[in-house]
Design a protein around this ligand. Structure first.
Ligand code: CAA
Length: 389
């Protein structure tokens, strides 16, 4: 009999600040219906000047280490598409900040928003080889587009940390996976830019093509049928995208695309993303956190996951919710991570958006803004200086 491997613990973190879409709409004259209904977003997380993917990732991972200790964690896989260094893995800073053992391998993975799913699948492979070990998967991203561009309303930032091991307390990840890759230029960020380039409408089409392709492969690999799933966690660049994707899948499979049926399958997965915004790699797992935190008992029920990363790679896979999972959730802490954010006005948001570390790596001190447990104090001698409170 194959061993049961999956997500044993899951913790989320987001930023110090939040910008409501009403403020963006008031500034740029957009009808708020476009944001609230058209793209399904209410607000977006905005990082403080002294927050980044490392501080967010460490904040998400620290409670996991506090609960389970460090003894069994032998690998950290840090997934991000807003990387801070061309060589050093961001996970090494996190490894140090949260006090992991030196007997650990740490690596960073990239393929746009899909990276965390690659990390999860690689973690499962490592655990299958050595069932005594646990793997810490961290997905952490700051989603940033140009000011006054169409993408601006779909920004956000968050991290999700997941402990992967045998006999998981939350979700058992199943075989098979459905896979899809296509070489498309829908969204990319060349090394010389900190804001992404995107062909928004092309990216929606590329996402839908990937949904179809990965589902087709999932079926060919002997996957479950659509009506077996209790809910679907989609990558959510904006929450309306999950609705578009699920409608597309239902259509493709010849099912009725009744609005209420779609809402029942997705509604509870969007609660965190709608107020956080796009968190790239973390987004699909924020969807899982929101679902587990809100749904009636899901014990034994299969959940479908559709992870999409522009460029593009997608994977469809299933997970089954484990008996007793509710005792291991972090519902209160997850809500607190969202509720503690301070609202900024539009002018403050623009200042934060324009904040950059010096392009030449010159010495620099960041203003002390975050009240979170970790901060990026600045740069000295081209080295990032992190502090723990
Ligand atoms: N009331 C209600 N709805 C309204 C409205 C109003 N007053 N005004 C407009 N809308 C609706 C539109 O009808 C449209 O809905 P449909 O898509 O269902 O037709 C929706 O609001 C958006 O309107 P537009 O298409 O006109 O908006 P836009 O041109 O400003 O672009 C966007 C929207 C393409 C998503 C843009 O925000 C963008 O480029 N975002 C970044 C790219 C992105 O998120 N792509 C998603 C797929 S790629 C991916 O998933 C990877 C990733 O993370 C980036």
């Amino acid at each position: 009999m194959s061993i049961s491997i999956g997500i044993h613990d899951l913790s989320i973190a987001t930023t110090e600040y939040v910008l409501p879409h009403t403020a963006l709409a008031a500034y740029n004259g957009t009808d708020i219906g476009k944001y609230h209904v058209g793209i399904g977003q209410e607000s977006m997380s905005v990082p403080a000047a002294d927050e980044d993917i490392v501080t967010l990732g460490a904040t998400a991972a620290a409670p996991i280490v506090a609960r389970h200790g460090t003894d069994r964690i032998r690998t950290v896989v840090f997934a991000t598409e807003s990387s801070i260094d061309q060589a050093k893995a961001a996970g090494i800073y996190v490894h140090s900040l949260i006090g992991l053992s030196s007997a650990t391998r740490v690596v960073e993975l990239k393929q746009a928003c899909y990276g965390a799913t690659a990390a999860l699948q690689f973690a499962i492979g490592l655990v299958r080889r050595d069932p005594a070990q646990q793997v810490l998967v961290i997905a952490s991203d700051v989603s940033k587009y140009e000011l006054d561009s169409p993408g601006e309303a779909t920004q956000g930032a968050a991290a999700v940390a997941m402990l992967v091991g045998v006999d998981p307390a939350l979700v058992r990840i199943e075989d098979p996976s459905g896979l899809f890759t296509a070489d498309v230029m829908d969204f990319w960020r060349p090394n010389y830019r900190d804001a992404a380039l995107v062909d928004g409408h092309e990216s929606i089409g590329a996402y839908l093509q990937a949904v179809e392709g990965s589902w087709k492969d999932y079926q060919e690999q002997g996957g479950r049928s659509l009506d077996e799933f209790a809910a679907f966690c989609y990558h959510q660049p904006f929450t309306k995208m999950a609705y578009k994707a699920h409608r597309h899948l239902l259509n493709y499979c010849g099912y009725d695309t009744d609005k209420d049926v779609i809402a029942a399958a997705l509604g509870q997965t969007t609660a965190y993303n709608t107020v956080i915004g796009n968190s790239y790699t973390a987004s699909v797992y924020l969807g899982l956190a929101a679902l587990l935190d809100q749904a009636d008992d899901l014990t034994g029920r299969p959940i479908g996951f559709l992870s999409y990363g522009s460029g593009s790679v997608a994977e469809f896979f299933a997970g089954t919710v484990v008996a007793g999972y509710r005792e291991h959730l972090r519902t209160e802490a997850n809500r607190e991570a969202i509720d503690r954010r301070k609202t900024v006005d539009h002018a403050e948001y623009r200042t934060l958006h324009e904040h950059k570390l010096p392009a030449d790596g010159g010495d620099h001190s960041n203003p002390a803004q975050t009240t979170g447990p970790y901060r990026l104090a600045g740069i000295s001698g081209h080295k990032r200086i992190y502090q723990k409170r």
